[in-house]
Design a protein around this ligand. Structure first.
Ligand code: C2E
Ligand code: MG
Ligand code: MG
Ligand code: MG
Length: 281
């Protein structure tokens, strides 16, 4: 009975998510007519440079508010969207929306967007990315696509070619949740990865003792040794930040610095005194 209920709930989820996506507006939030907030939104979590402490950009994170059930975590609906293939149009929507909204940020700020392994397997990913860049006019160098280790495992040859093609568009590539998957270290050399995103479990383990500290330091050295930038995720305390700084980690992201916020909140953060223009479409 419990399984039947889970299956029913799942098909409900996927149907509702499909509807939310069909109704999702494309275009920056400030160009939207006033009204109820759309069920699907992209939120943005700030990322900072460790040595200068300056804001370097934001990671786009999709948010879904179900009309009856309220907010549903991406950790719950992304896997369902991956199983059904809905992640392909959903991911394309997130990318387009995020690129459009990021064009309003100062030109030195970067945008990171998550790509699912399923998207990497879809035929027109390069086209989709090129489209989003063209339509938004976001300079390709400001976009970083985050992939996970699992995505690299599927078909190393095909994935290698795809990553090279994406790199040729001028976008940067990040390896997300590093250390939690099962990629061999050889992958790191084989693919054109610009940023190593150290999974938050390594940061959170710091309080456990000297071994966690040593592991984190070694990952930072590995990344830098391979010519990559390192970014630690899930930094929640000043003590964690101090350790990362001591180990020479390049960038940080986490609740200690700020959670994901709406596109409008980003604009307020970037220009506290400037009012957001109010256009209507
Ligand atoms: P991720 O890409 O590793 O994103 C980081 C996650 O950690 C986000 O969870 C973020 O809100 C959360 N986080 C940030 N700082 C902290 C912190 O200090 N402590 C803790 N405990 N958590 C923190 P979120 O938004 O729930 O997303 C979960 C995962 O869902 C993401 O992990 C990513 O794998 C996936 N996801 C989110 N949006 C998208 C998307 O648009 N496309 C795809 N394919 N996946 C997405
Ligand atoms: Mg990510
Ligand atoms: Mg991550
Ligand atoms: Mg993740």
């Amino acid at each position: 009975a419990a399984m039947g209920e889970r299956v029913a709930r799942r098909s409900l989820t996927i149907q509702d998510l499909g509807q939310a996506l069909a109704a999702a507006p494309v275009g920056p939030s400030w160009l939207r007519a006033r009204g109820p907030a759309p069920a699907l939104q992209v939120h943005y979590q700030p990322q900072f440079d460790v040595s200068s402490r300056e804001l370097t950009g934001f990671e786009a994170l999709v948010r879904w508010t179900h009309p009856q059930r309220g907010p549903i975590s991406p950790a719950d609906f992304i896997p369902v969207a991956e199983e059904t293939g809905l992640i392909v149009p959903l991911g394309a929507w997130v990318l387009m929306q995020a690129c459009l909204e990021a064009t309003r940020w100062p030109a030195h700020l970067k945008l990171a967007v998550n790509l699912s392994a399923v998207q990497l397997g879809s035929r027109d990913l390069v086209r989709t990315v090129a489209d989003a860049l063209e339509r938004s006019r976001l300079p390709p160098g400001r976009l970083e696509l985050e992939i996970t280790e699992t995505a690299l495992m599927n078909d190393p040859e095909a994935v290698g070619g795809l990553l090279q093609a994406l790199h040729r568009l001028g976008v940067r590539l990040g390896l997300d949740d590093f250390g939690t998957g099962h990629s061999s270290l050889a992958c790191l050399r084989r693919y054109p990865i610009d940023t190593l995103k150290i999974d938050r479990s390594f940061v959170q383990a710091l309080s456990d003792g000297p071994q966690a500290d040593m592991i984190l330091r070694t990952i930072v050295q590995l990344g830098h040794g391979l010519g990559m930038k390192t970014l630690a995720e899930g930094v929640e305390t000043a003590a964690q930040f101090a350790t990362l700084q001591r180990h020479g980690c390049s960038q940080v992201q986490g609740h200690h610095f700020g959670a994901a916020m709406t596109a409008d909140q980003v604009l307020v953060l970037l220009a506290p005194s400037a009012a957001v223009p109010e256009f209507e479409l």
